[in-house]
Design a protein around this ligand. Structure first.
Ligand code: FAD
Length: 272
């Protein structure tokens, strides 16, 4: 307990680690390279900045494993979950947050803690004194990445992400689509209508799959391979695994009531 804990990386993982250790009485130095050294994805110098999606997925702690993890983190006095709940946005049964207010509140809480000091510098080598947590995420600074690879005997560290297509709300024909969260999840009317559902007939679904399979794909850089995580696959990879995969996965036409037609859609694309 008398040694300083150095945490490298002030994303969500590093922020939570700092909070938990500091609450146990440990002196923490939280090292963060932003805003001095930027990444291509982060936009601010705040701790706990969310990258890309602002959703923590399902908050249903009775029916969903992710929601149960949220609940456990709340019971453990977790900074990330407590702050997420304080800044949540309507999203049906999901826990989505206002990313700017969320990161600012995480930063304010950490900086107000008497046991936490921030150091805004890029760490390029693994420190040899004190205790250490490395929480530098997928965009670890290059030189630190090399030091970790050297220490662990790995050739490379890899991270892959899918591109999330953006559909403009004005382009959706609301005489065909409707707002509803699956199984009407959510406590308020706003939450129960947080998703826009676009129904597809069989022909439309087949045309959609054809277009996905034929679409241009990003080429991997030399030496890169796709180490996909099965629980979070890019949509085009799901389509490649089988034409029905999406229809029985994220586009399944269940838990929804089409107010425009009595016919059950063949598949449903939804957007937040
Ligand atoms: C483009 C992109 C899109 C993503 N989309 C999603 C998504 O939609 N949903 C999802 O769940 N996850 C997504 N991720 C993964 C996302 O990064 C993690 O969910 C989450 O941010 C991980 O938190 P973290 O604390 O581990 O890492 P980060 O949030 O990345 O935090 C790591 C921190 O370490 C700092 N750092 C790195 N190297 C150094 C160094 N050498 N010295 C000092 N500081 C350093 C960085 O500046 C950063 O602040 C995405 C990632 C990327 C890159």
């Amino acid at each position: 307990m008398d040694k300083t804990l150095h945490i490298i990386g002030g994303g969500m993982a590093g922020s939570e680690a700092a909070w938990q250790a500091a609450n146990m009485g440990v002196k923490v130095v939280l090292h963060e390279m932003r805003p001095k050294v930027e990444t291509f994805a982060h936009r601010t110098g705040n701790f706990g900045e969310m990258v890309c999606s602002n959703s923590f997925r399902s908050d249903d702690h009775e029916q969903n494993a992710v929601g149960l993890l949220h609940w456990e983190m709340l019971q453990a006095g977790g900074l990330i979950m407590t702050t997420a709940h304080a800044h949540r946005l309507p999203a049906g049964g999901a826990l989505a947050v206002d990313r700017d207010l969320f990161a600012q509140a995480v930063t304010d809480a950490l900086m107000a803690h008497p046991n936490i000091t921030a150091s805004y510098e890029e760490i390029t080598e693994l420190p040899t004194d004190g205790h250490l947590i490395i929480a530098t995420g997928p965009l670890t600074g290059k030189r630190l990445g090399q030091a970790i690879a050297h220490e662990t005997g790995r050739d490379a560290l890899a991270f892959f992400d899918a591109i999330a297509p953006i559909v403009y709300a004005e382009s959706i024909d609301m005489s065909q689509a409707w707002k509803q969260s699956r199984y009407d999840k959510g406590e308020t009317e706003e939450e129960r209508t947080a998703y826009i559902n676009c129904p597809m007939t069989r022909d439309q679904y087949e045309a959609f799959i054809d277009a996905l399979l034929a679409a241009d794909k990003t080429e991997f850089h030399e030496g890169e391979t796709a180490g996909y995580f099965d629980g979070c696959l890019p949509i085009e990879v799901m389509a490649e695994r089988g034409r029905e995969t999406l229809r029985f996965g994220p586009m399944k036409p269940v838990g929804l009531t089409n107010p425009h037609s009595d016919m059950k859609p063949y598949a449903v694309g939804d957007a937040l």
